[in-house]
Write a protein that binds this ligand. Structure first.
Ligand code: SF4
Length: 291
């Protein structure tokens, strides 16, 4: 990746050191070893560059987008606990044929969905935003109050932080080519009341929508942000701290695990880890594009 003057100015502004792709020259001494890759050793990502994390805006008391509390682990389903992976009862009003839907049909299905009780309190469904064939897909957890009002994921302070982090990698949610515009979606499309944690039945009901979004986007990389996104995509109750730094898979797509921006707003020291995660994602995406 080469940086134009505008990007360099932006990186300087948010306190991030620009990094260079592997083919730009020999790797710097002292960079960390490439993390282990799960399930696909042939696609091991390049070494992540160490850099300062993006600046984080001041965190107001009500900055949370979602009810994420990390790193505690309260898995609705975990591969380590067979009892917890028992199928969750499904609601009778789940839309059918989601796995065959195109974008317009999927948007319409989400907009009218009444498959769980979250439909009762929502002001808007939050379908997702971005390029429909984006190389990058960001998966969050659930809409908060501002997302419910606007009908868009990751708004407010957490959204600003996410935008800063993406911009540092020359990515954006705004209109741009598929290599630079991400697609952002949540596990849940409707807001849990009072920002409570998603319930297992709600996640189970909503998952087909996210799965179909991934199938339609066909991203080169998914960044799972927050505990419930990780649990939903990876079917594990492992804490994020133990899942970071390696490449996982969701239906064949590489997945990088990191902290939710709302969590980072309350836990500033972990922003450097999140930046490392994004660098790993960038290297993994670059490897996928080259392969
Ligand atoms: S959260 Fe998902 S499953 Fe529940 S009503 Fe909204 S769109 Fe339907």
């Amino acid at each position: 990746m080469s940086w134009d003057p505008r990007q360099l100015a932006m990186l300087k502004e948010i306190g991030v050191l620009p990094w260079e792709p592997r083919d730009a020259g020999p790797a710097d001494e002292g960079h960390p070893q490439a993390p282990a890759v799960e399930a696909a050793p042939a696609e091991a990502p390049a070494q992540p560059r160490q850099a300062a994390a993006p600046a984080i805006p001041a965190a107001p008391a009500a900055a949370r987008q979602t009810p994420t509390q990390e790193p505690p682990q309260v898995p609705p389903r975990t591969t380590a606990d067979p009892a917890s992976v028992a199928p969750v009862a499904v609601h009778a009003r789940r839309p059918t044929g989601v796995e065959q839907m195109d974008w317009p049909a999927l948007r319409e299905a989400v907009a009218g969905c009444q498959a769980c009780k979250l439909c009762n309190g929502r002001r808007n469904t939050v379908f997702g935003v971005g390029h429909e064939q984006a190389d990058w897909m960001i998966v969050g957890e659930a809409p908060g109050e501002q997302e419910d009002l606007k009908g868009e994921p990751f708004v407010g302070q957490a959204g600003k932080l996410l935008d800063n982090m993406l911009r540092s990698l020359a990515l954006t949610r705004s209109e741009a080519p598929s290599t630079h515009q991400v697609f952002i979606a949540n596990v849940l499309k409707c807001r849990p009341p009072h920002n409570r944690n998603p319930e297992p039945e709600e996640v189970a009901q909503c998952e087909p929508f996210l799965q179909r979004q991934v199938e339609l986007v066909q991203p080169k990389i998914i960044v799972a942000m927050g505990r419930f996104a990780v649990q939903s995509l990876l079917r594990t109750g492992e804490p994020i701290g133990r899942l970071r730094g390696r490449v996982h898979r969701y239906h064949g797509v590489p997945v990088i695990v990191t902290y939710h921006p709302a969590y980072l707003l309350r836990n500033l020291p972990d922003k450097a880890k999140a930046w490392e995660d994004l660098c790993l994602a960038a290297d993994t995406a670059a490897a996928a594009s080259a392969g």
